[in-house]
Write a protein that binds this ligand. Structure first.
Ligand SMILES: Cc1ncc(COP(=O)(O)O)c(C=O)c1O
Length: 328
């Protein structure tokens, strides 16, 4: 989906126009992938706009930064405030949220330390990532010929820009071969994750998903879906899963901030279950969409409302000026 090219972007504590949100070609991140980022969403609910698990996303950003030895002058509440201020400044009701922390312009040796740690927060409108139809009909995936990163190479639990070189290879292969998405195995041949989603399978009404040690990103949607599944009375097992367990599953689905909860109807052209969304997937999809759309009480405290009162939209810019103090 192409960008509309308008709106304000938060860059090191300042709001700049979309067209002016540029960095130098000699920035370290462009050459060496030295960035970490997040992907979160804000939804329009009947009680107003609400970010889903903003605290968990910004905590994961801090963990990614820590792994890559990046320091920045914002604490957890400062990061959350910066996101909320940016949404208010853009007066958006619903959006995708992309904070990124990266090594900027100073020198181009491999050593990232001399380069400043810079940050930005971008917002845009992003619909169903794997297509609206896929949410009901399911999509067709293949097992990637590219393995996910081996342990102790690139850390999979850090949401680093560099990891998406691997995701991109899998995704391009899948598209070239006529599939919607790729599922990668880890270097031991067990199921890892999609190019931008975690994966679940259902067998005899028990839900299984690979553990963190299977080279996955610890997804916030994954955690939410496991919680909702247990709320609904399902047994959920985090367990190492061989490739072929996908082929014989009753249901398979992928989850992520962008993909939300999307059923898989075939893997390597082998039809899964009935070849369309199964009943467990449907129940979890409904539970997830009910929470994010504010249709049920927020019993887990997952929603952060953006506009404390609906009438506060007009005073948003004032709040931004006062709330932005990171690097001025
Ligand atoms: C590689 C990868 N795995 C899993 C996920 C799902 O994570 P989350 O649910 O936190 O969006 C993503 C989404 O960004 C991802 O890129």
């Amino acid at each position: 989906m192409a960008f509309p090219g308008t709106g304000k972007i938060w860059m090191n504590g300042r709001l700049v126009e979309w067209k002016d949100a540029t960095i130098h070609i000699a920035s370290h991140v462009i050459h060496y992938g030295s960035g970490v980022f997040e992907g979160a969403r804000c939804y329009a609910t009947p009680r107003g706009s609400a970010c889903f698990r903003l605290d968990a996303h910004m905590r994961r950003l801090q963990h990614s930064m820590k792994i890559y030895r990046m320091e920045y002058a914002l604490d957890l509440s400062g990061w959350q405030q910066a996101v909320l201020d940016t949404i208010r400044a853009n007066q958006l009701k619903a959006c995708y949220i992309r904070p990124i922390v990266y090594r900027g312009y100073e020198a181009l040796g491999v050593n990232p330390f001399p380069c400043p740690v810079d940050a930005a927060i971008l917002l845009w409108d992003w619909g169903a990532y794997l297509g609206q139809e896929a949410l009901e009909e399911g999509c067709d995936v293949k097992i990637s010929s590219w393995a996910r990163m081996a342990p102790n190479t690139l850390p999979a639990t850090a949401k680093s820009s560099a990891n998406y070189a691997n995701s991109g290879l899998s995704k391009m292969e899948a598209i070239t071969d006529g599939y919607t998405e790729a599922i990668a195995l880890d270097v031991y041949g067990n199921i890892s994750e999609g190019s931008g989603q975690n994966i679940f399978l259902v067998r005899d009404r028990t839900i299984h998903t690979p553990p963190i040690a299977s080279s996955i990103l610890g997804g916030i949607t994954r955690d939410s879906v496991m919680t909702l599944a247990r709320d609904l009375g399902f047994s959920v097992q985090e367990t190492v899963l061989p490739r072929e367990s996908l082929y014989v599953a009753d249901e398979v689905f992928v989850v992520g901030t962008a993909a939300e909860v999307t059923p898989i109807r075939s893997v390597d052209k082998i039809v899964i279950g009935g070849g369309r969304r199964g009943p467990v997937t449907e129940a979890l999809q409904r539970a997830f969409f009910d929470v994010i759309n504010g249709k049920v009480p927020d019993v887990h405290g997952w929603l952060t409302y953006v506009y404390p009162e609906e009438g506060s939209l007009r005073s948003a810019d004032k709040k931004v000026e006062s709330g932005l103090s990171a690097r001025g």
